[in-house]
Design a protein around this ligand. Sequence first.
Ligand code: BES
Ligand code: MN
Ligand code: ZN
Length: 492
Amino acid sequence: MLVRRASEALAGKELDAILAGCFEDAGLSGVLVELDRALDGGLERLRAGRELPAAVGETLLWYRPPGLACSLLVMVGLGKSSDWGPAPLYRAVAAAARQAARKPRRSVALDTSLVLNDTSVPTAIAAVLAGCQGQDLYRSEKKLFAFEELWLPVGSESDFRTGVILGESVNLARRLVDQPPNVIYPGSFAELAADLCREVGIECDVWDEERLEFERCGALLAVGQGSARPPRLLLMRYRGGPADQPPLALVGKGVTFDSGGLSVKPTEGMKTMKCDMAGAATVVAALHAAARLKLPVNLIGLAGLVENLISGSSYKLGDVLTSRSGKTIEILNTDAEGRLVLADLLDIAVEQGAAALVDVATLTGSCIIALGNHVAGLMGNHEGWCARVAQAARRAGEPVWPLPMYAEYAEQLRSSIADLKNVGEGRAAGAIVAAKFLEEFVRGRPWVHLDVAGPAFLESPKPWCDGATGAFVRTLVEVARQWTGRVEETAG
Ligand code: BES
Ligand code: MN
Ligand code: ZN
């Protein structure tokens, strides 16, 4: 999609669609006045009749509006003006784009009511790109079509480029997650990722089974051992910063399908489990964006790719594994596999010299019970680093909420036969107990864990998105953008 600056007023411009927004509570003051004038008071009449959309992402389609040279005007609700920020902006713009994208369109413009100022330009562009991509990968009749040109009233060439790169990376992560598990498995994911890295000059090592054994990745290997598809590990390096800048590590859970293993999931819980590699997809997509944006920082990316399946060679309840760190783990539930994969990844990240870590994982159903589907759980071992990552998420408009990490939560992980067991007692605070397990493997380095089990994948479509969401790609890019090589005690 080509992004261009619209210098003249939109009203007289030949366009296939205009996307505009209105607040629930602000009337037609300010930026909508010009549009309303072109429509000869048409918007005001709609408002008076209470026909304008209100809630974020609600839309009204006006075909061939008189006074405008466009075939479609999409009005989208922006919610309450007091709640305005990057999160509603992203949703509203994506929802408007999604409506317009239901048929092929050459030129589409964003009205000033959607991009009020330069700071929102990259987010708005990313949202347009995301809005135009659905999960119709294998449908003969596509449901959505990307625009050829997008016109904006504000923004610089560099904002445009940033927005396109962010949007393309979000869509890259979404495509990887939406791909079915017979297409995306550890080997195919690794090949795709290696190609993507090559494109943009990221170094990428793919560890096969033999290398994983040589590296003593006993926890990751155990999870993958029931599958006919052998596991892989991706170790990626982006060197954009000064040679002496210690790297930031981005770590992703890449379970390409989670059947639960011998602790098998019921059909309802299993049917979306192709999304269990969303963390790995997020990390690959964020690194790809960082490299294209030429961010002046050093990054390590790690992804652990396995299938958690059932066969005569599956790992079993009661098995004791030796993780790469040397810590032994008693397996009491084979469906708590993500933490085992991450245990080895985090150990490698620390060994590779990471000065700080962020992991992204669809780790627990408990996190969805705690926070719902649209908020990620944020846990960590360092207040300043947690605040940094939370601030980046706020800027990206991707909601996170902290969960407490009291030492008591780890007591449940004591085993009588090994150093740790892989699940706690019962279901209480499952998301936190999982995070306490991960903490055992970061050797005290500043570390943040994002549990994205809820936000990664939409089971039912929303006006702005369906299927995989690409959530936290933009947050990770923002964290990378802010990386200085060290972690302050508190966020500045
Ligand atoms: N991949 C799942 C978590 C998940 C659930 C992701 C729903 C996305 C949507 C994870 O591996 C899992 O099964 N977790 C278990 C852990 C339990 C057995 C301790 C859970 O949360 O139920
Ligand atoms: Mn599981
Ligand atoms: Zn899982």
